[in-house]
Write a protein of this length. Structure first.
Length: 448
């Protein structure tokens, strides 16, 4: 057992508990009166003193104290269990790391033996206060400036809105933080074993526990990465569906505007005819016809969601000075893949093509979609530089991008490859025939 007289113990434990609560509250964006914090810290320290008096292996009291502090954060500070666990574990990890670095460093500087520091109550107080003061100072700066971890902000929004998706992420975050805390505590346990002051785990038990924690952490990391990747893909799909709905709304609105302005167009044509300005009337009618025909073709396209997508991409290409041409040959809206997959393939390929073409001197993008007895063929071509082989080998990996990571997720081509593989299709990257550039060709066979 780790036994110290009550007064010296409180001299170490109360400041430690106070700093832990202060850090937890700051991370959660909450404030509390110093007197109340001191009272809760004293209560926590008394509980810890009682636990340390029991014949437990060194280190068990730390786990029990963390659990108690999580309960107190929930009861006295009105935190949810998710938030209380995360902020308390984060605070405990920070304290454990600082203690694991500060105490051995100070012991070397002042030529003290670690065993002497742990066994001497006064030295424990003296060697504990520096890193507690440092953590308290850093926490005070964070509190004054209102800094907050982004994932904690998202978590508090999720709690207010009952967002299950974000709460699910928080559960995974808790899992990772608990693993990190266990590694920190194991590190401290090795120090205690080396000092041989208090009863602790045997070396074999520590090595076995460390191995189990490391292996479990590795599997958990793989699980978390896979889950977050699926979550990101699903979010990208939802964003694409939302974008398509907006595009369809814009196309319908454009048609309504043209119908509303039809009387004005008719008046203009009548004015040209009345003043015998036949050439101007002819030019006006041709321009009006081209505009109406394009919208009519897009509105009558099957499936209509594809027409809405092309309408928006056409406007984007026009605003960026890109010559965008499309040819779609789909009969009866019968497709060898789902409509969502088709629009995702087309939208992501066009996004990349438009961005690549914008950097060329004569920007141009061509889209061809054909369906025949073999299946669907989707070709997107654009002017631009050739893609190097080293980039081609990684461009379909999740998160890989050569663009600004702040505005690009690197999931576009990854999602394309996932859809093509799921549909037993083929994706080819080649050079264009009519102009220097890049062409993506996708083949999707009919399902048998």
């Amino acid at each position: 057992m780790d036994f110290m007289p009550l007064i010296p113990f409180l001299g170490v434990s109360v400041p430690e508990s106070l700093v832990l609560y202060y850090m937890a509250l700051t991370l959660a964006g909450k404030k509390e009166s110093p007197a109340f914090l001191m009272a809760i810290s004293l209560l926590t320290s008394l509980f810890s003193y009682a636990i340390r008096s029991l014949p437990l292996v060194f280190g068990m009291h730390t786990y029990l104290q963390v659990i108690l502090m999580v309960i107190f954060l929930n009861l006295f500070f009105r935190m949810s269990w998710h938030l209380a666990i995360i902020v308390q574990v984060l605070a405990s990890i920070s304290l454990g790391l600082m203690e694991g670095m500060s105490v051995p460093l100070l012991a070397r500087i002042f030529s003290f033996n670690l065993k002497d520091i742990i066994s001497d109550p006064l030295l424990r107080i003296v060697f504990t206060l520096p890193h507690l003061a440092l953590l308290a100072g850093v926490t005070n700066v964070v509190a004054r400036r209102g800094w907050q971890l982004p994932f904690l902000e998202g978590m508090m929004v999720a709690e207010r809105g009952s967002n299950r998706r974000l709460i699910g992420r928080n559960n995974l975050l808790i899992l990772c933080l608990v693993q990190a805390l266990m590694l920190v505590l194991l590190n401290i346990s090795f120090y205690i074993y080396a000092a041989a002051v208090y009863p602790s785990f045997t070396l074999a038990a520590l090595v076995t526990t460390s191995s189990v924690v490391i292996i479990t952490s590795a599997f958990a990391t793989v699980f978390v990465a896979r889950y977050l990747l699926k979550l990101a893909e699903r979010e990208a799909r939802l964003e694409t569906e939302l974008l398509h709905n907006r595009e369809m709304h814009k196309l319908n609105l454009k048609m309504q505007v043209q119908r509303h302005d039809f009387y004005n167009h008719l008046t203009a044509v009548y004015g040209y005819m009345k003043t015998k300005r036949y050439h101007q009337a002819e030019g006006y009618i041709e321009t009006l016809y081209d505009s109406v025909r394009q919208i009519s073709d897009l509105m009558s396209m099957n499936p209509p969601e594809l027409g809405a997508l092309l309408s928006v991409k056409q406007e984007e290409a026009r605003s960026r000075g890109i010559d965008f041409n499309w040819q779609v040959n789909i009969k009866n809206s019968v497709l060898p893949l789902t409509l969502e997959d088709l629009t995702q393939l087309t939208g992501n390929l066009l996004d990349n093509a438009l961005e690549a073409a914008a950097c060329s001197s004569s920007p141009k993008v061509d889209l061809v979609i054909n369906i025949n007895n073999m299946g669907l063929q989707l070709k997107v071509s654009n002017t631009g530089a050739h893609i190097p082989e080293d980039i081609q080998n990684h461009m379909f990996a999740a998160g890989y991008t050569t663009k600004d990571v702040r505005s690009h997720s690197g999931l576009g081509l990854f999602i394309i490859k996932q859809i093509v593989d799921r549909c037993n299709g083929r994706l080819d990257l080649m050079e264009t025939e009519n102009y220097p550039g890049v062409q993506f060709v996708i083949y999707i066979p009919w399902n048998k």
